[in-house]
Design a protein around this ligand. Structure first.
Ligand code: HEC
Length: 243
């Protein structure tokens, strides 16, 4: 009976419901927030390939530089465009009405994207564009059907075609995967690494204090350990005459 109740509760739990939700499988991004070089590369790629359209409106350049160990000269040479000041927020100059005109949507700010999606989702999304001549920019995305974003990294990744599931009944076959049919400037492995760096950077941007918190956490644990020893010795001292 108990087993039955546990099974029923598990079935009803949201994780199971989510896991059963329809959608293509996510690939594991394997990001490492302690790999500073990866975060630095991610920041550079983001500024070069994404910031033109997507802002990071809760992030300041100098905060990023400080957290990721980027010195002022490198910051100015590699990450700051035009007359942007180091203390400025990472915004861009695109106006909302232009965005609507060009893409039909307002381009989302990406500061929190890995929190409302997940790092694995963003990683998989950046690997899931495929050619689709019915779309305005010639691409669609397995993770985001009818996506309005052009594939800005296609010259690096190459061309991917959709894989259809012809076994399902219905007039239009369903896209169930993608396959690389023409390599771009990067090998698949190099492209994966690039996308991993971008995902790592966006995950950091979604919660910059995460790195600091983990560092502080170690000190807190050490302090608690020390306090434990002290308290134990004190207890021994207080009780030594009573036994
Ligand atoms: C030319 C403009 C443009 C560029 C460059 C661009 N994007 Fe986008 N992106 C868009 C638009 C428009 C959308 C909204 C898609 C929609 O709602 O259909 C979008 C959506 C997204 C989403 C999904 C957000 C959500 O709703 O969950 C992610 C993630 C994303 N972009 C990441 C990136 C990354 C990373 C780069 C850089 C490698 C990048 N984009 C470059 C225009 C762009």
């Amino acid at each position: 009976m108990r087993k039955l109740i546990i099974a029923a509760l598990l079935l009803l739990s949201p994780t199971v419901l989510l896991a059963n939700a329809e959608g293509p499988a996510l690939q594991s991004s394997n990001i490492d927030l302690h790999d500073q070089a990866s975060l630095q590369r991610g920041a550079k790629y983001f500024v070069n390939y994404c910031l033109g359209c997507h802002s990071l409106q809760y992030m300041r350049y100098n905060r990023l530089a400080k957290d990721l160990g980027i010195d002022e000269v490198t910051l100015r040479e590699n990450l700051l465009f035009g007359d942007a000041k180091p203390g400025a927020l990472m915004e861009n100059a695109m106006r909302a009405d232009d965005q609507l005109k060009w893409f039909g949507v307002v381009v989302p700010d990406l500061t929190l994207v890995t929190r409302w999606r997940s790092p694995d989702w963003v990683y998989t999304y950046l690997k899931s564009f495929y050619v689709d001549s019915t779309r305005p920019y010639g691409v669609n995305n397995l993770m985001f059907p009818l996506v309005a974003m052009p594939h800005g990294l296609s010259n690096l990744q190459g061309v991917q075609e959709p894989v259809f599931d012809h076994h399902q009944a219905g007039a239009t076959p369903v896209v169930v995967g993608v396959k690389l049919v023409k390599e771009g400037l990067l090998s698949p492995k190099e492209y994966d690494n690039m996308v991993r760096d971008i995902t790592a950077f966006l995950t950091y941007a979604g919660e910059p204090i995460q790195l600091e918190r983990q560092r502080l956490g170690v000190y807190v644990l050490l302090f608690l350990g020390f306090l434990f020893i002290l308290a134990y010795l004190m207890k021994k001292e207080y009780w030594k005459d009573i036994h």
